[in-house]
Design a protein around this ligand. Sequence first.
Ligand code: PMP
Length: 571
Amino acid sequence: MKSFKPKQFRQQFPLVVNNEGNRLPVNGSSQISSSLPLVYFDNGATTQKPNCVIDSYHSFYQTTNANVHRASHTLSVKATTAFEHARNSIKTFINAKSNKEIIWTKGTTESINLLAMSLGRKILTHGDEIILAVSEHHANIVPWQLIAEQTGAMIKIVELDAMGRVCLPAFEQLLNSKTKVFCCAHISNVIAKINPINELIQKAKSVGAITIIDGAQAVAHFPIDVQALDCDFYVFSAHKMFGPTGVGVLYGKQALLETMPPYQAGGEMISKVSFNKPTTFNDLPFKFEAGTPNIAGVVAFSKAIEFISAYDAKQLCDYEKQLTIHCYQALQNLTVFSKKIVKFIVPGLPDIPVISFTLNGHHNHDIATALDSYGIAIRSGHHCAMPLMEYLNISGCLRISLAAYNTFEEINYFIDCLKKILTQESDASLTFTNKRDVNEQASAMIITQFAMVKSWDTRHRQIMLLGKQLHRLDKNMRNEQTLISGCESLAWLVSQKNSQGIFNFQADSDAKIIRGLLVIVLAAFNGKTAVQIQEFDIESYFKSLGLIQHLSPSRGNGILAIVEKIKKIAL
Ligand code: PMP
């Protein structure tokens, strides 16, 4: 067993640290001479990969690549051995009884879809009940909604206790003889508290319900023993625990898996196929593995398991805990103009290094974009948990999710940058141009002003300042009719056309960055005729501003959705 040494551990992640120990430049590197360090705090979405996982791909394709289970030639045997060895590693890692209980999937999402479509279709009928927690990820909601619609089953929602965990008394009240499936995250990807999973499983079993645990966040942070949990199914993804994307696991008790019909059909999952007799299916686990699997990914995943299992788990967990406490307390103590500003979405320290919060008076997307301009990657939005956002009465939140390769220095840098952003944001003396009506802002003038700056963080600041110049729409004009669909944040657009056929658009958004981008878009289209609007080359305009390449795809798509709506109106 290796002792966990943070520095040495970090050194094994090339995207985070290069060989000399310098952080890799990411955002802004092409724009400015002094490149920004990457601070990667989005590990809940996916972790970076250690060298051994990256090398495994190279080595697999250079020495082992062949299809599995199909041929008797030596290379296929070698590939099959590596593939099945990986299954055995996972079996040991989560303490399953047999390799037959480990099914390879694309990830947690596919594992849950498999269960909903195979098991759900088989056991659910009209009036049956499926219990989900209000804090579930969409991956654990939507497949059940689809199957409920197909079978006539109903979804019941269990709420949370004051600390954000699934509420046991509320759960007990929902249980009855109609409860057929209970599907719940071991830990929510937003709340980050361990649910009382043992009690929940036992109570669900007492009414004969099938228990499915989404371990996507849990498995990356502490050991899982599926036999001790005694759940029927446990699902997770490789990419959240230093493994590759496109590989996931469905653990299921053998007796149950045996009763379930196949999910997808094709090669490998069959025993005998005939046009004259019914097709018969392969044994477990192959019955659920139709087609050529992600062989190289599965083998690389086993390297991630070997990598992580080599460390003293307690030391690694302790380090993550210290990072969490440091970050949580720094946020808790953060003051801007002597005012505390951070609002955690639930009270109390999280159980895994995932911290979700909002900042009073600031839009989450604005903060995440501003942090990105300092090289800090954090997540903002609904985190694929829209019902939870609704339950908490927030439109979204910011989420920092740490891994064992993160450092205290990175957290301090993040806090310093956040403070800088929040104090600059409130600095009214910063002005980009004279305050004037957006309608008079010529696009040429914006281009000229943007041309004078080279770095993305300065451009970002200019966009934010432009946002301050946008005339806000009246509240009653911000409604369903004026809402632009396709934007990550809320954005509204209204238009007027005068007797000469000249258009005037007004727009608004709840995010400052979008308000800034709206100024830029409106400057391009206001005061133009329908023909001029159609002919305006928006791509070149954005290119000359050096804009689109720095916007996240969703934000870029949001801006393009606004442009499309303007063009549609002009048509
Ligand atoms: N459940 C939870 C709790 C998650 O955090 C995630 C990923 N954010 C998923 C399900 C879906 O995982 P994947 O995208 O890897 O299928």
